[in-house]
Design a protein. Sequence first.
Length: 104
Amino acid sequence: MALRKKGSKLKFNNRLFEFLCNPQALPFTLTFTTLAVLFVAFRMKGIEQAYSLNNINSDFKKAVIYNKELKAQRAREMSVPKLREFATRYGLKEPGPEQIIFIP
């Protein structure tokens, strides 16, 4: 097994840094870095929006179920047996034919 020199890695890092900061390669380096950062930022924002949309859909489904429960409760309260029970409880009676007025 061959032994490496201790300074060879530093020499590579210095050469890479010099190449990336070279006036000819610097625009490419900055453009690539900017595009990479923007790609990550847009991807993270997309994931955040997906979670938000999922939460909104979940809230919407809960609201639909709650609305159905309220409609069922209203139907139970407005049923004929329940209305007759309320009428007897509060001393009400059905109106006579002369008390009913039709509005055209």
